[in-house]
Design a protein around this ligand. Structure first.
Ligand SMILES: *Cc1c(COP(=O)(O)O)cnc(C)c1O
Length: 375
């Protein structure tokens, strides 16, 4: 049985007629950059996130970048984030000339450890950017309490957490602002690139709206250095159609998450992800941990199962950030997860049979390894 890590084609097939119709509409109206489909999506997504504003953008990286620009963060400033994330979190900090300052993750939630946060705050700290990794919301109350004490805004990197909830609140409505990605592989994925910023703050919303479209006060009058970070009309139309299915897709992911946890409960070698009481995860990825990651990866690949590591190298150990001088051993929890994590296939259209096949394949690899050692 071939089981990919994710199957975008299976999803396309379930919404084909609807989505092609919406794309055709954009083509016939010839509104290709921003336009009514994007505006409609912004209203729908703000409502979905229970946030006051949504500004649609070209990527999630741009969303995080503009959040920092809108807060006037600049060279000399520091922004706190985690080393265990996709690199784009750190890029956004570098784009405004600020310095990424890392705080290690909690080993269970795999998100920013609030107990380690306060020590990292300095006079120069201008924002805190927790990441809802794998769709699992960070411990926002504890993070916000510390941030408020120091008067520092919190920007959620919600790129992997469309539709997740923290103590009942939707991600994207909890911090000062949030960045979402609609890269095709995310829970809500465009047919190309896409992103959005959500916020309850009117000033931030207005500034981001201006910055994404060349910072024009009126046509060809530019009040500051801006960007072309606009969303395409086609992506707005696709996302508008797909948003209506997101809750069902996330519910399917949750069923797979639970089925994996049941199916793999007997595997002594694996540490399984959990969903803490405070959260409803978006179940973006099902990432297990094991000391024998390479053996498991090879074994599953040979069985036709798509796997990947998110992410094999933490940000502070990337050559791009060697100038920060944070050596191996600086953030042991992140480094341990990076060395041990393996994401199993996870997409809404998976069948119970496919989940069972993955679980059975894992126990076969386990057994093979044990017999190999014994022999
Ligand atoms: C995908 C992702 C981003 C970047 O989003 P793009 O749309 O690819 O620019 C940022 N942070 C995290 C955690 C992500 O997973």
């Amino acid at each position: 049985m071939q089981i990919p890590l994710m199957d975008l084609k299976a999803q396309y097939n379930t919404i084909k007629a609807e989505v092609l119709d919406a794309i055709q509409n954009v083509c016939e109206n010839a509104q290709f950059a921003l336009g009514p489909a994007v505006e409609a999506f912004e209203l729908d997504f703000a409502k979905y996130c229970e946030a006051k504003h949504c500004i649609a953008l070209n990527t999630g990286t741009s969303a995080l970048h503009l959040a920092l620009r809108a807060l006037d963060i600049e060279p000399g400033d520091e922004v706190i984030t985690v080393p265990m994330t996709f690199i784009a979190t750190a890029w956004s900090i570098s784009y405004v000339g600020a310095k990424p300052v890392f705080v290690d993750i909690d080993p269970v939630t795999r998100t920013l450890n609030p107990l380690k946060l306060e020590k990292a705050i300095t006079q120069r700290t201008k924002a805190i950017m927790p990441v809802h990794l794998y769709g699992q919301p960070a411990e926002m109350d504890a993070i916000l309490a510390i941030a408020e004490r120091h008067g520092i805004p919190v920007i959620e990197d919600a790129a992997q957490a469309q539709g997740a909830r923290y103590k009942g609140k939707r991600t994207g409505s909890i911090g000062t602002a949030a960045g979402f990605s609609f890269y095709p592989s995310k829970n809500l994925g465009a047919f190309g690139e896409g992103g959005a910023l959500t916020t309850n703050d009117d000033k931030i919303a207005e500034r981001v709206r201006s910055l994404r479209d060349h910072a024009q006060s009126s046509r060809y009058h530019h009040v500051e250095v801006g960007y072309n970070y606009r969303m395409d009309g086609v992506q707005g139309a696709v996302l508008g159609v797909k948003l209506k299915h997101l809750d069902d897709w996330n519910a399917a992911r949750r069923r797979h998450f639970d089925a994996y946890r049941k199916g793999l409960a007997g595997s002594e070698k694996l540490t399984l992800p959990i969903e803490p009481d405070y959260a409803e995860s978006a179940c973006h990825l099902f990432s297990v941990e094991t000391d024998d990651r390479d053996i498991l990866c090879d074994g599953l690949t040979k069985s036709g199962i798509g796997v990947s590591s998110h992410y094999p190298i933490p940000v502070h150990l990337q050559p791009a950030y060697s100038h920060l001088g944070r050596k191996a051993g600086s953030f042991p929890v992140s480094e341990r997860l990076a060395n041990r994590c393996l994401s199993l296939p996870m997409f809404p259209e998976m069948s119970a049979e496919q989940i069972r096949f993955v679980c059975d394949s894992i126990s076969r690899v386990d057994q093979g390894a044990r017999e190999g050692v014994a022999g």
